[in-house]
Write a protein that binds this ligand. Structure first.
Ligand code: ATP
Ligand code: ZN
Ligand code: MG
Length: 302
């Protein structure tokens, strides 16, 4: 039997994840959530002295900002838009008739002003740009959001709705690249402290289409993206549980993020895949947190 399927089945059997009938869309048990909460407290302890501004957006973002971000150029296959019924009573009658007859009723749904957030940092850039120039010392932000990506899979580590905790740094090139390196070092240490074996590797995003291949190669060649990999469902094909992204001044230029001295801000973000980290812990230490190694329990629960 496929390893991947059996880990997902064990997660269902133990009740840690709850089946919904849709691949990559799961409920979570209290125990599963407790692991995520504990790991987030660890993140708070490690990053807490840095003075990041905490901001929480809901899992939907302004469609106009989403359009401007260029997401549909790079990842049209992953996006999720929110549509609603916007008709009159007559339209409602034909909608119900259509549903009753088992026909496709969704075509009449109209796009709303909301798009599902694809990465926790997407709503941040226009928000900060609106405030005006950044101080020359830059900005540091602490984000967490459910994110949507249309990538149905039977790999429990590839979900369609999952949480990303992020730190985003804006400022000079030197500042943001130092920030990224700091979190790569911290990330490795944190994972080792909870008994996970880690590896850092250069990576690229799954840019769509033939033109996307060039973007992906460029991203790799320039070391713009690194991933922290941990075995979750396979020891051979490890899972990216964190990513470390340097955007150069691309987002700064796109959104008009400027430093007080007139320079365009460089940006970088580091993301923790919270479900993936929890799953890595369950894969390494077993499905019952009470039986996890004492030192791991101590780091997570004191
Ligand atoms: P992958 O290469 O596995 O698709 P990614 O490069 O798309 O990952 P990022 O866009 O860098 O991932 O997102 C930041 C983090 O969010 C990832 O390191 C991962 O931990 C988590 N993540 C990304 N996609 C998913 C998903 N479908 N399900 C659960 N976690 C995810
Ligand atoms: Zn980001
Ligand atoms: Mg991906």
């Amino acid at each position: 039997m496929d390893m991947q399927i059996s880990f997902l089945d064990r997660l269902f059997d133990s009740g840690l994840l709850i089946e919904t009938g849709v691949e990559g869309l799961y409920g979570r048990s209290g125990e599963f959530e407790g692991v995520i909460a504990a790991f987030e407290r660890l993140i708070d302890r490690v990053g807490g002295e840095d003075g990041a501004e905490a901001i929480r957006f809901p899992p939907g973002m302004n469609r106009a900002f989403f359009e401007k971000s260029g997401y549909m150029k790079s990842f049209p296959q992953l996006a999720g838009t929110v549509h609603s019924f916007c008709g009159c009573e007559l339209d409602h009658m034909s909608l119900l008739k259509c549903m009753e007859e088992g026909n496709d009723w969704t075509g009449e749904q109209k796009a709303t002003d909301i798009v599902l957030t694809p990465a926790a940092c997407y709503p941040l850039y226009p928000t900060i740009a609106k405030r005006g120039n950044l101080p020359v010392s830059g900005g540091l932000y602490d984000l967490q959001s459910y994110c949507f990506r249309h990538e149905p899979s039977n790999d429990p580590a590839r979900q369609q709705l999952f949480r990303m905790r992020e730190y985003v740094c804006m400022g000079t090139e030197a500042k943001v690249t130092e920030f990224r390196q700091l979190w790569m070092d911290r990330g490795v240490k944190m994972m080792e402290d909870v008994g996970l074996s880690v590896e850092i590797d250069v990576a690229n995003d799954p840019f769509f289409g033939r033109a996307g291949k060039l973007l992906a190669n460029n991203q790799r060649d320039q070391n713009l993206k690194f991933e922290l990999l941990i075995p979750v469902t396979s020891d051979v094909k490890k899972t990216a549980c964190m990513s470390f992204n340097y955007h150069q001044d691309a987002f700064g230029a796109k959104w008009g993020l400027n430093l007080e001295d007139g320079a365009v801000a460089h940006t970088a973000c580091v993301g923790f895949g919270l479900e993936r980290i929890a799953l890595a812990l369950f894969a390494a230490h077993g499905l019952d947190t009470r039986l996890w190694p004492e030192n791991v329990r101590k780091v997570l629960w004191g």
